[in-house]
Structures are given as C-alpha cells and as structure tokens.
Design a protein around this ligand. Structure first.
Ligand SMILES: *Cc1c(COP(=O)(O)O)cnc(C)c1O
Length: 364
C-alpha cells in the first residue's frame, strides 16, 4: 500500500503507532482473551485504564488539582448544550464571543436552551484588508453579570486561531475541540475547557471536559443525567456506560504524546508544519489564504486556488497522489488541510511538493 496522508478535519487521522497497537490488541486486550470493547466498564482492568488515561492527560496538560477531568458522551456539540444546562440555572446569563462557524453554532444552541435575552453575543472577527482578523474585546463589568464567557480558540471551518489570551472578569469556557494539546496552555486560566475527541484525541463521540471544581456549585437547569457534570464527577465519568473503546484509544493517544515528547515538542512540530504550508501558499500567486497572519490556524490551513475552476482537478490529482480529504468545508468552499498532532511533517512536505507541482503545471 502506498502512503496515504489524510487531511480530514474530523474524524481525523490518528497516530499510526496507536492504530497498530489497537489492531494488535483488538481481539485480546492485556491477555484477558476478549476485546477492550467486550469488557465491563466496572472491571478493575477498565477502571485502571481510565485512571491511567486521566493521569496521562493531567500530566500532559499540567491540569491543576482543583479541576475535574471528565470523559463524556456527545462530542463537541453535546457540550454546546451541556455548559448552558449545567451553569445557567433559571436566571443566569452568558456572553458568547463569535469568531467563526463553530462559535456561532454554540451561540445558537445556547439561545435555544436559555432564550435570546439571557445570551449576549459579540462578533470578534472582521475583515481587515480582505483578511479575517480577530480582535479580543476588553471585557469589563460586574463579576456577577455573566456566569461565563464562551469562545472558540480555533475555528476549524474558517482556519482562524486565537493565540492571544482572553482576559475576563467571568469564568472562561473554551471550545478547544480542534486545538487541544496542539500547543501549551495554562489550564488555570479557564473555568471549563471542552473538546470533541475526533481531532486531536481519538474516535468521535467522546468529549473531554476539564472543569474547575468550584464551577460545579453554579445552579443547573433540569437536564439529562448523563450530561450533568456533577453526576459525571461523582461517578468517575461512569454514571452510565461510557464509550469504552473511544476512552481506550484516547488513553493510547495520550501515551503516544508522552512518548514523542509531550505537548511542548508537539507544539514545535505543529508550528513548523503550519509555517511550511503557509509559506508555500504565500510564495505562489496560484494560492491564497484569507486569514490575518496572527490568526492563521496551525491545525486547519484553509486556502483557495486563484482559479477556482481548477478546484475539481486539484482534488482529483491530490487524491491520486495519496493526499486525501482536502476539500474545504461546504460553507466556506476552497481547500482545507487539517494538520493535527497525528499528521507527520512528511505529510505536509508531500502536500507542499504536490501544490508546487500542480501550480507549475497549470500556470503557463
Ligand atoms: C468538530 C468541532 C465541533 C463539533 O464536534 P462534534 O463532535 O461533531 O459535535 C465543535 N467545535 C469545534 C471547534 C469543532 O472543531
């Protein structure tokens, strides 16, 4: 089989070493004679796995003791509603900052559950010289005005990333679905961090929630038990049967991250990968990227062909060259190369070589 590089935005590629280990263990996990999928989540072996997963994640991300780490159902969008239901009670208000498609979807879900008048929103992205640029607002006001402020540090669809730190008098809730563990962050700055797993963690369906313990004292709305952070925390994320295989794979990805040098090493590699790709886009008039330099995503590199009539051919030839899933999101069009942690440098090098050759061939 020739090498395939998968640039899918999610479910995204997983580290080859992790997939190989999972394959080896698929039918007989740790000598139990059965798959990890076929074992009770209450068994000691599985409980040990969950403890290892949590401690690996805690050390990777340097998560303080006063935070819970929860493994939940429902992916990223499940958390759009969970944060509202868990924190807004019957009269709480929240502020939503919008920088692209995902943060707008989060606002819409919050309004659906809490009503328009309890959810304030503010756009923080604008076109400057034709490029999308984020300006973080100066957030000021009574600390009781909002229960939290929600934002999305990496907009997966738009290829917009926010590297600057948000300052806020209210707890910060961050949708880190597509940026978690791609670079170092200070967890103590956040009231809650959540991430759907299928970008940098493991299979889809699972969500990781990192929440400051004192946030759980906020009053909740009536809600489904399986999305209740308090019940999840009290029950070690096993109020009901958890997505066990996804949890197992996440634990393996965390171990792989440790092996390759942790998040610091990963961040350096991610920066190098992104710079290589943006340099190629900037060098050739054939391609363009519509994001201001300081907000160019290191995980999702969006680009357009100057001649969009070549889109179909670009995708077809790329696929023939083993470079798959480069089509941009249907809302924004163009191309998108998602280069999460699991994408090796060689994958980006292969893409750049292809893009140079494609441009040379078609710009005579
Ligand atoms: C993928 C993604 C989501 C949605 O995740 P689902 O698991 O499909 O619900 C939400 N937010 C961001 C930033 C994402 O990248």
């Amino acid at each position: 089989m020739s090498t395939i590089y998968n640039f899918c935005a999610g479910p995204a590629m997983l580290p080859a070493a992790v997939m190989q280990k999972a394959q080896q263990e698929l039918l007989d996990w740790q000598g139990h004679g059965v798959s990890v999928m076929e074992i009770s989540h209450r068994s000691q072996a599985f409980i040990d796995l969950t403890k290892a997963a949590e401690s690996r994640l805690r050390s990777l991300m340097n998560i303080p003791e006063d935070y819970h780490v929860l493994f939940m159902h429902g992916g990223g969008r499940g958390q759009f509603s969970a944060v509202v239901n868990n924190f807004l009670g019957n009269n709480g208000r929240a502020l939503y900052l919008e920088s692209g498609q995902w943060s707008k979807s989060a606002t819409a879900e919050a309004r659906k559950l809490a009503g328009d008048d309890r959810i304030d929103s503010q756009s923080i992205v604008e076109k400057v010289n034709g490029l999308n640029k984020v300006t973080l607002p100066k957030l000021e006001g009574d600390s009781g005005k909002y229960r939290y402020v929600h934002y999305c540090p990496n907009e997966t669809v738009d290829g917009v990333e926010i590297f600057e730190e948000l300052e806020s008098p209210w707890p910060i809730v961050a949708d880190m679905s597509s940026t978690i563990m791609s670079r170092e962050i200070d967890v103590s700055r956040y009231g809650l961090i959540y991430a759907g797993a299928q970008k940098n963690i493991g299979p889809s369906g699972l969500a990781i929630v990192i929440v400051r313990k004192e946030m759980l004292a906020l009053p909740a709305m009536p809600q489904s038990s399986i999305m209740d952070y308090r019940l999840a925390a009290e029950n070690d994320s096993m109020f009901n049967t958890p997505p066990t295989f996804a949890w197992y794979l996440a634990a393996e990805v965390f171990e792989w991250l440790h092996r390759v040098g942790g998040i610091e090493a990963m961040a350096e590699l991610n920066k190098a990968k992104a710079e290589l790709l943006y340099a190629c886009i900037d060098e050739l008039d054939f391609y363009r990227n519509g994001v201001a330099a300081q907000n160019r995503s290191r995980m999702n590199v969006t680009f357009q062909l100057a001649d969009e009539s070549l889109n179909g051919e670009f995708l077809k030839e790329a696929e023939t060259a083993g470079l798959v899933a480069l089509k941009g999101h249907r809302i924004v069009g163009g191309m998108r190369a998602s280069i999460y942690n699991a994408m090796p440098l060689a994958g980006v090098e292969a893409l750049v070589a292809f893009m140079q050759a494609f441009a040379a061939k078609h710009s005579s």
